[in-house]
Design a protein around this ligand. Structure first.
Ligand SMILES: Cc1cc2nc3c(=O)[nH]c(=O)nc-3n(C[C@H](O)[C@H](O)[C@H](O)COP(=O)(O)O)c2cc1C
Length: 288
């Protein structure tokens, strides 16, 4: 069950996805993190962000739309207040970072240093103007940003990519060529909905990110395309609700999986999937 990202060993291949578990304090109090490979904390930015106006979450027939807008207290508050608590977790810690410029990503990386086990560079958030997705859609920009962050990083870096591009494999390749230790994919899928009462888009930001069961086939396709073009490990995510969904990511070429929206339905889902996958190994039924 153990896997390595750079020189960091995870006790198993199941990760909890950024933005769906906050800073993990509630889940840790429940004991959920004991058998999880790693937890990716909510994206942190240089300055505090209040996030987008309500509504921020909207139900769809098979998943949710969100437009949170990267609400977070900023890196300094994170380091002072949250880090001492999350350092005690019985799992590996991934700090997820988002910036408005390459310099901001570099500064965040320097400030975090080796205070966590891994850094996830979020180049794929569709809900924050001028941040995230603005960088993740062009292979040249991804290449420059990743090499600058890698040069500043004291821990291995995971580059989180989007499906909202024509050629996801080319973006993954650019990240690998520039020193990424792993890729994580996918972030939410650009989408929208209308409110029948007002006749207007549901969200102030108009567009939002779709996650949950609806995006599983999209995520599998993107991970499969990326896996054919890179050698570094891919953390597959998008729409996982059960162990069989996770198994499909391994079949597509992922080396680890991450669980997001389903945490809202069942906070134990990551631990349950890890337990199921372990049975595959003991039964020698690994199909990946
Ligand atoms: C409410 C919500 C907030 C999210 N916030 C972040 C975030 O801050 N940073 C990030 O990299 N991904 C964020 N994501 C994306 C998830 O980490 C994940 O990539 C995506 O939801 C697909 O996985 P899922 O279908 O299992 O949820 C968020 C997703 C949701 C639903």
């Amino acid at each position: 069950m153990k896997i390595k990202i750079g020189n960091v060993e995870l006790q198993n291949q199941v990760i909890l996805a950024s933005g769906t578990v906050g800073f993990g304090l509630e889940l840790n109090a429940m004991g959920v993190l004991d058998n999880i490979g790693a937890i990716s904390l909510k994206t942190i930015t240089l300055e505090p962000r209040e996030g987008n106006p309500q509504p921020r979450i909207w139900k769809t027939p098979s998943g949710i739309l969100n437009s949170i807008g990267l609400e977070n207290p900023g890196v300094d508050v994170f380091l002072e207040s949250a880090l001492p608590l999350v350092k005690k977790f019985p799992t590996k810690l991934i700090a997820n970072i988002g910036g408005k410029s390459i310099e901001e990503y570099v500064t965040l990386t320097q400030k975090i240093g080796d205070k966590v086990d891994l850094i996830e560079v979020n180049l794929s958030c569709p809900n924050a103007k001028g941040a995230g997705l603005a960088f993740g859609t062009n292979p040249d920009v991804v290449g420059e940003l990743v090499s600058r962050v890698k040069a500043a990083a004291k821990v291995p870096i995971i580059v989180k990519l989007t499906s909202n591009v024509t050629d996801p494999a080319a973006i993954a390749k650019a990240a690998e060529n520039s020193g990424a230790d792993a890729i994580s994919a996918i972030n939410t899928v650009l989408a929208m909905d209308f409110d029948l009462k007002t006749g207007k888009p549901v969200f102030a930001n108009k567009v939002a990110g779709l996650s949950g069961a609806a995006i599983l086939p999209i995520a599998l396709r993107v991970v499969w395309q990326m896996a054919k073009s890179v050698k570094i490990p891919i953390i597959g995510m998008g729409g996982i609700t059960c162990a069989d969904d996770a198994r499909k990511f391994f079949m597509a070429g992922a080396k680890a999986v991450s669980i997001g929206t389903q945490n809202f339905v069942n906070p134990w889902i990551g631990a349950e999937i890890a337990e199921e996958l372990e049975k595959d190994i003991t039964k020698n039924q690994l199909r990946f």
